[in-house]
Ligand binder design. Structure first.
Ligand SMILES: NC(=O)c1ccc[n+]([C@@H]2O[C@H](COP(=O)([O-])OP(=O)(O)OC[C@H]3O[C@@H](n4cnc5c(N)ncnc54)[C@H](O)[C@@H]3O)[C@@H](O)[C@H]2O)c1
Ligand SMILES: O=C(O)C(=O)C[C@@H](O)[C@H](O)[C@H](O)COP(=O)(O)O
Ligand SMILES: [Zn+2]
Length: 367
């Protein structure tokens, strides 16, 4: 087990669930400035609620629970899929917490992908004004991105994560072995956020992703471990610098202003929406002569290597623009976009006319 720790993040990375309890106890001792190492989880929490979804329940729950020696453990299983990030499912879980009399001295464990993590995080941040949450991400996307940094949320209608909170997990426990049972399309979609890190922060990593695509696609444990650790470290650094997205953290939103515009309308996965959104941002930078064609070509190459889409279909570009206008980064009536400005570098701009944005969206629509 390796650790990535800073002021706000407490991450353990491993190849199994073996050291989960140990990591929980260490995390608790650290945050409570308690040096007593002989505690067990039962003396820290009076009960544990594991929130997961149906697929993770089938593939991962038993492997995980086997490693958890706690007296009182509850399980809540949500339907798999994005639609569970809703007020309705949120309310059902809160009702369940009330029914089992979950106390403030309990811990919620989010075992699953970004949907489980965002929803369970929001439940934890609001139930009784906050109970501890531990993230145990089981998708590639969740391991490299959603489980880290404390953004929680649910969606209302077509508006993604429009209700939520910043609420840091006590611990993020990443078992890269959990990715074995992940369907190929979910693995590929997670690669979109992995590629994002190379484009916002680490250009050499982009070369690594292009050159090692076969090993990564074959999910060789050491390649997975390397990319998960690399991305988790970048995210932990950015969040530590700017926890509440006042400045630097906006770079993690690269591809998302455009992407959230198409995600709900086209009913596509988050990762696919992000690769399409990054393409739109690239096309805009190219059109504005901010980047060179060669860099854009490299972006296309990496998307091809991981079967990621760069165009959308079945949505009206004006509706996409309407959703973009409600992005959380916007202010004073201006759309704020994160654009590539050079190799491995992005910047936030707010001076692009809406007609130009609309034109770019249109050009990225599959003809
Ligand atoms: N909070 C953040 O910072 C942040 C960052 C990125 C994305 N997100 C959010 O994350 C969500 C997308 O997350 P996701 O891509 O993980 O989707 P997801 O949670 O829907 O998981 C994808 C699918 O994989 C299944 N699955 C999960 N783990 C599995 C495993 N080990 N074996 C077999 N099947 C498994 C799930 O049941 C689901 O069907 C979006 O809602 C997005 O907005 C949040
Ligand atoms: O952690 C962040 O900050 C991110 O922006 C990471 C994104 O990958 C993620 O999809 C996030 O949920 C988007 O946030 P939002 O504020 O645009 O809803
Ligand atoms: Zn994202």
């Amino acid at each position: 087990m390796e650790k990535i720790e800073n002021k706000v993040c407490n991450i353990a990375i491993d190849r199994s669930y073996k050291f989960f309890e140990e990591a929980m106890i260490l995390a608790n001792c650290k945050s409570n400035e308690n040096t007593t190492q002989d505690k067990d989880v039962n003396s820290i929490y009076d009960s544990v609620l594991v929130i997961t979804d149906q697929n993770v329940y089938n593939h991962q729950l038993n492997k995980f629970i086997d490693k958890l020696k706690v007296k009182t453990i509850y399980e809540y299983i949500i339907p798999a899929g994005e639609d569970s990030k809703s007020l309705g499912v949120y309310e059902e879980i809160i009702n369940y917490c009330i029914r089992i009399n979950l106390s403030r001295k309990s811990v919620i464990i989010a075992l699953g992908g970004g949907v489980v993590g965002d929803l369970a995080g929001f439940v934890a941040s609001t139930y009784m004004r906050g109970v501890d949450i531990v993230q145990v991400p089981t998708t590639l996307l969740a391991q490299v991105d959603s489980s880290i940094g404390g953004k929680t949320g649910i969606s209302i209608g077509n508006f993604k994560n429009i209700v939520g909170s910043f609420y840091q997990p006590k611990l993020v426990y990443i078992n890269v072995g959990a990715l074995e049972s992940l369907p190929i399309e979910e693995f590929e979609t997670g690669m979109s956020e992995v590629i994002k890190y190379s484009l916002i922060y680490d250009y050499e990593f982009l070369d690594y992703l292009i050159e090692n695509s076969e090993d990564i696609m074959e999910r060789k444990t050491e390649s997975l471990y390397y990319i998960v650790k690399k991305c988790a470290s970048i995210k932990a650094y950015v969040v530590d610098e700017d926890e509440k997205e006042g400045g630097l953290r906006k770079i993690l939103n690269f591809g998302h202003t455009f992407g959230h515009g198409v995600e709900k309308l086209c009913k596509i996965s988050h990762g696919h929406a992000v690769s399409i959104g990054m393409n739109m941002a690239f096309r805009l930078s190219l059109q504005q002569n901010i980047i060179e064609q060669g860099y854009y070509d490299k972006f296309i190459t990496v998307c091809e290597k991981y079967n990621l889409p760069i165009e959308f279909e079945d949505a009206d570009e004006k509706e996409v623009l309407e959703i973009m206008k409600s992005d959380k980064k916007n202010s004073f009536g201006k759309i704020h976009l994160v654009l590539p400005v050079g190799q491995g570098k992005v910047e936030v701009v707010n001076n692009i006319d809406e007609e130009i944005i609309l034109d770019i969206v249109k050009r990225c629509k599959y003809a």
